[in-house]
Design a protein around this ligand. Structure first.
Ligand SMILES: *Cc1c(COP(=O)(O)O)cnc(C)c1O
Length: 391
């Protein structure tokens, strides 16, 4: 019940144990095509270029940024938690001139703050996190796409922590590139990074196409500044997933099975229903921790549905309590990073764990752990408050 990774859905684990097929097997080609269609529904997009980058979520981030950004390009990053710092550092490694704006952890940006910075910096790319698990905040994106379109800026979004549990509409919000990972609301293990790219983003990347020697044909004329990574060269990865099926890396077959199953589960449930499930169980957990007398961290109106952070009460040993949750009850909860390390606990209700029984058992266990740490908690205060949300 931490901020991710969380338990994978048993159906996903079962899918991953299916026997392997080679990348030229017609079954494999069909799985790849089907996976592209499924993730179009997850990202709510018509983007043809919707596929998987092999590796954990940051493989998707690196692929997006290294493929879009050329050395010397300006990139603007609104930083509201740990992962904005990560986007900054990855863009710097791509050779970008990176500009940042910051709000304190626990807050998000207004559209006006972002537009002022976009107009001032005139970046090629605005790189923003949707949900930052470090702070639990969810940055509203609907207006940012409009701002970027007006200023002719590409909008990249890291939706790893949020997609599947909070609304995300790639086309309606005019997001040019969105990347994710499986281990949060998508209910899978880490190791695959779904991505979607708008036609505008694809055109920018196509202008940097350098097909590697050994597989290139006479028609493959190199253009533009070569993308600095081979593995994350999205021009080549798109040729691999696209009709050309031009060989690149060996597809991570078991991860493909897992990613496909995650999306099959979500699409069968319906994206709106999945988001509503995260909203309901997140609301129950929020009421429950308050019922235990815990103080919630950050601007609750902008909290992601799938994770809550609470201040560790004075006099309670935060790490000791987390250890007791794990050893006595088999439940993992998290602390956070940087300025929040050791100051808050983060409790997730996401993916397979966005369930009533998981919420109730976690609150019951937390009550006992708080009591044995010497906190003055109302008996049944957490479970009772959550039950009211469910009633
Ligand atoms: C959890 C998370 C990640 C994780 O990246 P990995 O490479 O899968 O460890 C990335 N971005 C955000 C916003 C996250 O919340």
């Amino acid at each position: 019940m931490g901020p991710g990774p969380v338990d994978a859905d048993p159906r996903v684990l079962r899918a991953m144990s299916a026997s392997l097929v080679g990348q030229y097997d017609p079954a494999m080609t069909a799985y790849m095509t089907e996976t592209m269609a499924l993730y179009r529904e997850v990202f709510v997009t018509q983007n043809e270029q919707t596929f998987l980058v092999d590796g954990t979520s940051r493989a998707g981030i690196e692929a997006a940024l290294v493929s879009l950004v050329e050395p010397g390009d300006r990139v603007l990053v609104p930083v509201f938690g740990r992962f904005g710092h990560l986007l900054t550092e990855i863009a710097e490694r791509c050779g970008a001139e990176v500009h940042t704006i910051e709000v304190p952890w626990g807050e998000v940006f207004t559209p006006e703050q972002v537009e002022e910075a976009v107009a001032r910096v005139r970046p090629k790319v605005l790189a923003v996190v949707q949900g930052d698990t470090a702070t639990t905040m969810c940055q509203p994106l609907a207006d940012l796409g409009e701002i970027c379109a007006r200023h002719d800026v590409l909008l990249y979004c890291d939706a790893t922590a949020s997609v599947g549990g909070n609304e995300l509409r790639a086309d309606d919000w005019r997001l040019d590139v969105v990347t994710a990972g499986l281990q949060k609301c998508l209910g899978g293990p880490s190791g695959s990074a779904p991505i979607t790219l708008s036609e505008r983003a694809v055109a920018v990347i196509d202008d940097r196409r350098h097909v590697e020697a050994g597989i290139a044909t006479d028609t493959d004329v190199a253009r533009g500044v070569r993308i600095a990574s081979n593995y994350f060269d999205l021009a080549m990865v798109m040729d691999y997933w696209g009709e050309r099926r031009l060989n690149h890396h060996t597809e991570a077959t078991s991860m493909l099975y897992g990613a496909r199953e995650c999306a099959r589960l979500l699409v069968a449930e319906g994206m709106d229903a999945a988001i509503e499930r995260h909203r309901l169980h997140g609301a129950a957990m929020l009421a429950g921790v308050r019922g235990l007398g815990l103080e919630v961290f950050g601007d609750v109106t902008h909290k992601m549905n799938n994770v809550v952070a609470v201040h560790i009460p004075a006099g309670i040993d935060g790490d000791g309590a987390r250890a007791a949750m794990l050893t006595d009850y088999g439940i993992e909860i998290g602390t956070s990073f940087g300025p929040l390390h050791g100051k808050v606990w983060r409790i997730g209700t996401m993916g397979y764990n966005a369930r009533r029984d998981a919420v109730m058992v976690t609150l019951a266990a937390l009550e006992q752990v708080l009591r044995s740490g010497g906190a003055d908690v109302t008996a049944g205060g957490g479970v009772g408050a959550a039950a009211e949300v469910y009633s």
